[in-house]
Write a new protein. Structure first.
Length: 195
């Protein structure tokens, strides 16, 4: 697991030493940031179910203004802190121990980008609802999920506007219902637009 691009490019990150944590693959992370590239510089981002912190660290490396890392597992929170220290990232970050599936984060947000990577066997509806309450106007929520499962088309004020499959995983992109579908809804190779 490594940082793919930006000022921390090539930095190897520490992996979990326990079972049950499924870090986002380098390939899927690269796909995610290829789509998010125009949005990342200067963005405020929430890395939900952050695990190793690799997604948020990638965002910082690519110019995000601030990243909040959220995970309920104290081992993951410690691992995120270790990876941030290893990369020399000391400012413009927050590491919060919290269960996004169990409620909202008071006094946090709004965020331009929210990335959620819950366990594949967990219903993401509560986490999507929490993310919707934290999303800035014009923002995007990205849900990583198993390719074989169908995430909700809508969740509170969010509507799924795009899905990209990669291997056994997929990324679903959500925006506010009241907002016009913008560049996130476009077509590109290897993806399936949502109807």
């Amino acid at each position: 697991m490594r940082v793919i691009a930006g000022r921390h490019k090539g930095r190897t990150l520490f992996a979990p030493t326990w079972s049950g944590l499924r870090p986002t693959s380098d390939k899927l992370r690269e796909t995610l940031f290829n789509v998010l590239a125009p949005r990342v510089s200067g963005a405020r981002m929430l890395d939900g179910f952050a695990g190793t912190g690799a997604v948020g660290i990638e965002a910082i490396s690519r110019g995000a203004a601030h990243v909040t890392f959220v995970d309920r597992d104290p081992r993951a929170v410690a691992l995120i802190a270790r990876n941030l220290a290893h990369c020399g990232i000391e400012s413009d970050v927050a590491v919060v121990r919290h269960d996004l599936g169990g409620g909202s984060l008071a006094d946090h947000g709004p965020y331009d980008i929210v990335v959620l990577d819950p366990p594949y066997d967990v219903d993401p509806s509560h986490a999507l609802a929490a993310a919707a309450r934290l999303l800035a106007e014009g923002g995007v929520v990205v849900l990583e999920h198993a390719r074989r499962t169908r995430p909700p088309e809508t969740a509170t004020t969010l509507t799924r506007v795009r899905e990209i499959a990669s291997g056994d995983s997929a990324l679903s992109f959500y925006q506010m219902v009241r907002e016009a579908v913008d560049d996130v809804a476009g077509d590109a190779g290897g993806e399936r637009p949502v109807s």
